[in-house]
Design a binder for this molecule. Structure first.
Ligand code: RIB
Ligand code: CA
Length: 312
């Protein structure tokens, strides 16, 4: 059955690869729209980058919306140190010519959930949860209409990547994450615990390049750039390709395993702000609110990704 999704994103090279994977998988995923949020880089760049990616995929028909330009209650924190000044460093690409939609992303999310039959739209946040949480606060009636939220964010065993305690997407807007994790919407979480097991090793990047297509070349250049930061920091053999894990789960759920557990978000402590407190071992009586993924068939993930990118 095709999942009808809204991708909420802060491109970011890994977001870009996730969008390409979604657009290359029409049997499993119908992209109703892409909503940009401030995160890796400011909103002016994330909404532009989302359109750059759609044009790279030959999909000028996809509707792209600009959303919130800052977190709900905090100053924006960006990650140019990882993604570069443009957010898509690695290879220069032409400015987009496809239009940005006039409607605000939050309004698009609300309108779509009200217009589509209840339980038929899945939200796929790949950045800070500001747009989704703002939509829930603005229009509480839509919360019960969401089929599922499949998001990239958080960490437990892998601990934080922007602070010792927190993963970037949750750290940037912890209040928004709290709203989403307490919303009662069925939630599947792709934390660093999983994404750090899906590394862009040299053979995997070579496989992108070996596609011999423009998309293969661009993805290889993006991942070559993107991986330098994590390899230096972790001494790993590649970088975690975070966001495509969300779309891969929709296309081939068997690649991932996890546990239905309670996950709470730290919003008050400055020391541990944005920490996802995951009750992996069931030591509390707090109710389970998330399928928290813990493992991935990494080669299966890359074989799927490369095979689908070959279609573009
Ligand atoms: O911590 C990784 C997450 O932060 C990814 O979504 C990456 O794109 C950045 O947004
Ligand atoms: Ca992202």
């Amino acid at each position: 059955m095709t999942r009808r999704i809204i991708i909420d994103t802060d491109p970011g090279q890994d977001d870009a690869v996730a969008i390409l994977l979604a657009l290359a998988s029409p049997e499993e995923v119908e992209v109703l729209g892409i909503t940009a949020v401030a995160g890796n880089v400011p909103l002016a760049l994330t909404q532009k980058n989302a359109r750059v990616v759609c044009e790279l995929a030959g999909r000028r028909d996809v509707r792209v919306f600009a959303g919130c330009d800052r977190p709900m209650a905090r100053a924006l924190v960006t990650a140019e140190h990882v993604h570069g000044k443009t957010g898509l460093d690695g290879i220069p690409l032409p400015d987009p010519t496809m239009p940005l939609q006039d409607t605000h992303a939050v309004e698009f999310i609300v309108e779509t959930l009200r217009a589509e039959p209840s339980g038929t739209v899945t939200l796929c946040p790949l950045g800070p949860l500001t747009n989704v949480a703002t939509a829930f606060e603005t229009a509480p009636d839509i919360v019960g209409r969401v089929a599922e939220i499949v998001l990239m964010g958080g960490a437990y065993f892998e601990v934080g990547n922007i602070t010792p305690a927190a993963e970037f997407n949750i750290y940037v807007d912890p209040e928004a994450a709290g709203i989403v994790f307490h919303s009662g919407v069925p939630l599947t979480v792709m934390p660093l615990d999983v994404t750090h097991k899906a590394l862009t090793t040299r053979p995997r990047i070579d496989a992108f390049r070996a596609l011999g297509t423009e998309v293969g070349h661009v993805v290889a250049e993006w991942t070559d750039f993107f991986e330098r930061f994590d390899m230096e920091k972790y001494g790993s053999e590649g970088a975690p390709l975070h966001d495509p894990c969300v779309i891969a789960h929709l296309v081939r759920p068997g690649l991932f395993t996890g546990r239905q557990i309670n996950v709470e978000i730290e919003t008050t402590s400055e020391l541990t702000r944005g920490m996802t407190v995951a009750d992996w071992w069931g030591v509390t009586d707090r109710s389970a609110n998330a399928m928290f993924m813990g493992d991935v068939d990494a080669q299966g993930f890359y074989d799927l990704l490369t095979g689908r990118l070959a279609r573009l």
